[in-house]
Design a protein around this ligand. Structure first.
Ligand code: PLP
Length: 416
């Protein structure tokens, strides 16, 4: 267990961190070493998180909020304790502003249905960028279709960046909400979200930030950003699947109709009329993912002992090393070279399908992702059906980069 406090972070020790993740030292078939470079899809889990889930079922399993017995109190403490950690982790103003969701996708759908849809009228606009994940496109298309609104798309530059000027020029008097990624999952581009939020606010437009890719790589402070909504998934942050969080400014959440009906989200129920619970419970209908919350809290506790600025510097060094080595591989082209990008490398190779690159690398224990990365409009923008993507996390090291480069050199030889 990591006991360091946020104010007293130990030096970043990549070797020790790697040892905290049991799956990374488990050999693959034929004793092969795993180089896990698919972190943008999901991250591995430290023992602390795995044990928190196990501990919850062994020692605390009960439903939350509705009983006064000892186990229910333990379960409630784990569930609400993780919410307290989220308040600190994201810099929210209060517990009322942190709503548990199933993940980033669920959080965006909640905002699309409960914030945007009641406000949208025919001809209104929803601003998104061309590099968004499908999760930050499709929920808005559904809301637009139901209301006669339309999506306005901020274009991506050739290097994968989204400029402030392009963003500002697409804001209009009809814009109801702007929805932007903090970091692109497909290219690693870091968007200037603070500046974009300021420009949107100057026109009275609220902003939802998709933080799925950001939270594991940088410190996020939603109030310093002045984000109106910020969404994330625990599984991209060394936590469990099936749970995430939506941060929303209290005044916006207070003003939103409820999402799903059921237990826990009500104050009183009668056939004459039902009244709603207070925030955040009003948006958490039904028995929640309690074990997930306990493990989510453990992931945040684990991260509390790690300096995210040092993580970013470590990942950046790996990114630079891999990028420099890839420049020497015949026929390989990196897509997405925006300045200051995060440690994700999307690339294509002449005459080789991305899936073949992935399959060949897998044979040497290197796990990358291939395909459209749930960003089909972005693939269209770059004129490719798919890319291969290597994405780094804090536990990756030079050996992982070397294995990637060795594998790619061998792909180039086979297809060259
Ligand atoms: N947004 C971004 C930028 C992502 O990278 C992802 C997942 O890859 C999502 C949204 C969707 O996250 P989830 O599937 O956890 O809901």
């Amino acid at each position: 267990m990591n006991t360091a406090t946020a104010a007293n972070k130990p030096l970043f020790d990549a070797k020790r961190i790697r040892e905290d993740f049991p799956i990374l030292s488990e050999p693959l078939d034929q004793g092969m070493r795993l180089s896990y470079l698919d972190n943008a899809a999901t991250t591995q889990k430290p023992l602390h998180v795995i044990c928190a889930s196990d501990d919850y079922y062994r020692h605390a399993n009960a439903n939350v909020h509705r009983a006064i017995h000892a186990l229910s109190q333990r379960a409630t403490r784990a569930y609400e304790g993780a919410r307290d950690r989220l308040v600190d982790f994201l810099g929210a103003g209060s517990r009322a502003e942190i709503i548990y969701t199933r993940g980033t996708t669920d959080g965006i759908n909640l905002v699309a249905q409960c914030y945007a849809r009641p406000r949208l009228k025919p001809g209104d606009e929803i601003l998104v960028t061309e590099l968004e994940h499908h999760s930050n496109i499709v929920p808005w298309q559904i809301a637009a279709e139901a209301t006669g609104a339309r999506l306005v798309v901020v274009p991506v530059e050739d290097d994968g960046s989204v400029t402030q000027a392009a963003f500002e020029s697409r804001l209009s008097d009809r814009t109801v909400i702007a929805c932007i990624a903090h970091i692109s999952n497909a290219l690693g581009t870091v968007l200037p979200v603070a500046e974009m939020i300021a420009a949107a606010h100057a026109r009275g437009v609220p902003v939802l930030v998709d933080g799925a890719q950001a939270v594991a790589h940088m410190s996020v402070d939603v109030r310093a950003l002045d984000a109106d909504f910020y969404v994330m998934s625990a599984h991209k942050l060394f936590g469990p699947t099936g749970i995430g969080a939506l941060y929303g400014k209290r005044e916006l959440l207070e003003d939103m109709p409820v999402y799903q009906g059921g237990g826990d989200m009500i104050e009183t129920v009668s056939f004459e009329g039902t009244t709603w619970n207070e925030l955040p419970y009003r948006f958490e209908a039904g028995t929640p993912n309690i074990a997930g919350a306990a493990a989510f809290g453990a992931a945040l506790e684990y991260l509390d002992g790690i300096d995210l600025a040092a993580v970013a510097a470590h990942e950046h060094r790996l990114l630079e090393k891999a990028t420099a080595a890839m420049a020497g591989i015949d026929g390989l082209r990196i897509i997405g070279t925006a300045p200051g990008k995060a440690a994700t490398i999307s690339f294509v190779m002449d005459g080789v399908h991305a899936h073949d690159i992935g399959t060949l690398l897998d044979e040497s224990g290197v796990a990358i992702r291939t395909g459209h990365h749930c960003a089909m409009p972005l693939m269209t923008r770059f004129g490719v059906p798919a890319t291969a993507r290597a994405s780094f996390a804090m536990y990756n090291n030079d050996e992982d980069v070397d294995a990637l480069i060795k594998g790619l050199e061998s792909v180039a030889r086979i297809f060259g």
